[in-house]
Design a protein around this ligand. Sequence first.
Ligand code: ZN
Length: 136
Amino acid sequence: MAKPDYENYTIAELLDCREQIDKQAWPERYQEILKHIAIRQQDPEQKRVHDEIVFANFCQALSYELSCSIDDNLWPLLKVFSKSARNSQPAAFEDKVCPVCSGELDVSHKWGRWKVICHPCDIGYAFQENHQANLW
Ligand SMILES: [Zn+2]
């Protein structure tokens, strides 16, 4: 297999490679991918694209986690009936920080829709409980 020409990859493709690559089998390629991602991030525009992709992937994982846990599925219902639960968040959101700046996330839930916002990064992501997720 010829060595991929990471130079010509877009930031999205590089991030995709980072997720897909078998680190054990291809440690040098993995390092090369990281290096190219770091180089791209020096460009503010590329950095923005990078941050949005990272944030979107993070929220997708979160929405998956949310829909996998029975307790969390009950949570929106519980919230209506329980005073103490009203200000709490489901376990999927506990200890979660912004994947970009490690800052606190602003999580809200309304009409079956989750909104995850990082104010310092100015990135927001919304997803339905049924998994449909959209960057906005
Ligand atoms: Zn952030």
